[in-house]
Design a protein around this ligand. Structure first.
Ligand SMILES: Cc1cc2nc3c(=O)[nH]c(=O)nc-3n(C[C@H](O)[C@H](O)[C@H](O)COP(=O)(O)OP(=O)(O)OC[C@H]3O[C@@H](n4cnc5c(N)ncnc54)[C@H](O)[C@@H]3O)c2cc1C
Length: 336
């Protein structure tokens, strides 16, 4: 059988933070059979295998001594749904935003709040992507993934995925599962979700459509976030910290006006972006990397700095925010 491996693979064009990175081998997974063949080939050579989608939520090391597989399984189909919901299935290598756009175009509302999130369909469940009051878990039916430990394909229900805020069973077990397809459930009738800043004005419109919400989300995001194609970044770099209510109360007593969002009983969610900005770090530069001047939660890499440069900046931000507010920030992208 011909080898699937491409030697000395350049990952620079495959990560939105534009960190210079290479892998001893690269490969493209185009179907389930190719994935199994790749697993066997990597094992035969004694090499670790890791998956990459659009590279929009990773901080890559300069050199990976193994196989980096790009997820390229394509295909979008609308399945027979029910009166209560339409079911849509997509290959893990489809671009997430294209899936959202296609469903909206076909008159299937439900994903529009998640428009313009970079990356692939297969990575969407990994961190349970979310934006504008909706997260993947809200529209999820099931997925199929290869279990590298059990050496078989498995179907995961919503419960199996253990979705939480930017978290899932896949994130908790890095490298164990490769998602190959995702099935989504789009409820009928469509009910818009507009209770989030930036979309609330749409509520006043007499007949708001999924298409209108989609266009608004795309426009609001473009006005708020730097475009990774011109200013390399990985989106929000830190999770919004969830702290005990007493900690949030004390912080807000000292800093009236600090944003606070609901969280689980006894906890409150703070705005990581606000904390970074108030620590005086918006626009801060540290060598080739820096904090966006547009949005304090976004770290940018105009000078094509390395993983170490990004990690050093992240540590500086964590230390400054902790010293100022007593709150520890945790990074969202995966260092790998
Ligand atoms: C400008 C910008 C804005 C963003 N906005 C948002 C936002 O609003 N909300 C949000 O939630 N996120 C946001 N993100 C983060 C990112 O877009 C999402 O996390 C996205 O789902 C990552 O997809 P990806 O294909 O690029 O994954 P990658 O970065 O390639 O991979 C991320 C992780 O998933 C794993 N992985 C990739 N594919 C698979 C697979 N098929 N099976 C198993 N594991 C896999 C990788 O090994 C890695 O650990 C933003 C990023 C950017 C750059």
């Amino acid at each position: 059988m011909t080898s699937l491996l491409i030697p000395d693979f350049d990952l620079g064009p495959h990560n939105t933070l534009a960190v210079p990175a290479r892998s001893r081998f690269g490969a493209v997974v185009t179907d389930k059979g190719v994935l199994e063949q790749l697993v066997a080939e990597a094992e035969e050579r004694g090499l670790p295998l890791r998956m990459l989608g659009g590279g929009s939520n990773v901080v890559l090391s300069s050199q990976f001594e193994g196989v980096t597989a790009l997820m390229g399984i394509k295909g979008i189909s609308v399945l027979d749904g029910t009166a209560e919901a339409a079911l849509v299935e997509a290959g893990a290598g489809e671009t997430w935003h294209d899936l959202v756009a296609q469903t909206v175009r076909q008159g299937l509302g439900g994903l529009e709040n998640l428009a313009a999130i970079p990356g692939t369909v297969g990575a969407a469940p990994v961190q349970n992507i979310g934006a504008y009051g909706v997260e993947l878990a809200d529209r999820f039916e099931q997925l199929e993934a290869y279990d590298h430990e059990k050496r078989m394909f498995r179907v995961f229900s919503r419960e199996d995925c253990r979705f939480a805020y930017r978290d899932s069973v896949f994130k908790a077990h890095p490298g164990r599962f490769t998602v190959v397809s995702v099935r989504l459930r789009l409820p009928r009738p469509w009910v818009p979700v507009l209770n989030y800043a930036g979309l609330s004005t749409l509520g006043a419109e007499r007949e708001v459509s999924a298409e209108r919400v989609f266009e608004t989300v795309v426009a609001v995001r473009a006005s708020k976030l730097p475009d990774w194609r011109t200013l390399p970044n990985a989106g929000s770099f830190f999770h919004n910290p969830v702290v005990p209510v007493a900690v949030a109360d004390a912080l807000i007593a000292r800093h009236p006006g600090a944003p606070r969002y609901p969280a689980a009983e006894g906890f409150a969610k703070l705005s990581a972006g606000w904390l970074i900005e108030r620590a005086g770090l918006k626009g801060h530069r540290q060598g080739p990397v820096g904090v966006s001047e547009q949005h304090a939660l976004v770290l940018v890499n105009p000078g094509h700095g390395t993983q170490e440069d990004v990690a050093a900046l992240a540590r500086h931000i964590q230390a400054k925010v902790e010293a100022e507010f007593g709150v520890r920030l945790t990074p969202e992208p995966i260092f790998m």
